[in-house]
Unconditional design. Sequence first.
Length: 211
Amino acid sequence: MRGSSARQQRGSSARQGTACAVTRHGHVSGLRAIELALLWVGVVGLGALITQGCSPAPSPSNAGTSLARGPSLWYRFPLPDGSSIGTDELSGRSTVVLFLTTYDPVSQAIALRLDAYQHTHAPRINVLAVALEPPQNAPLVAVYRETLGIGFPVALADQDTFDGRGCFGDVRAVPALVLLDSESRLVRRGVGVSAFAEIEGLLNRSATKDR
């Protein structure tokens, strides 16, 4: 399944901080929208798409990209409560960064799967979601996390992310996933269900080697 376009709802709201990604989405409103989207996920059964044997074969548009591990990345994203999170808090473990929008059902399914995976994976990993939403959607993002019941933080993208100047580059679609190693260096990135399966496989293989 291909990721949804993340270029269609760009705006001009200014943001603070420095981060990594690109895109703007803003046509979601309120808890009701989240509840309806979650209901749709349950009816259609998108969760089944990310179980073994159900992922589509990688294609040029959604296949993950392996990256030579360069220097450590520095990133920081604002959280809905006014604090922030980034490299300083997440270095030391492998980290999966999930770029999403609150209204995309595939993003929701992968967020739920990542939450379950984080709780069972050994050694422990970090997961950070970054909502490609304008600053005024901070309350919505907080409700989104609470409604889904996920344990990892959901931050908001900053202006550098929307402009494509952030350290994660140009994210054109959601859900977009990035795997960082324990030193915050890029390992893999991709879009959609197939990218999630590839990152999960890399983490599983790494855990097996460490035993």
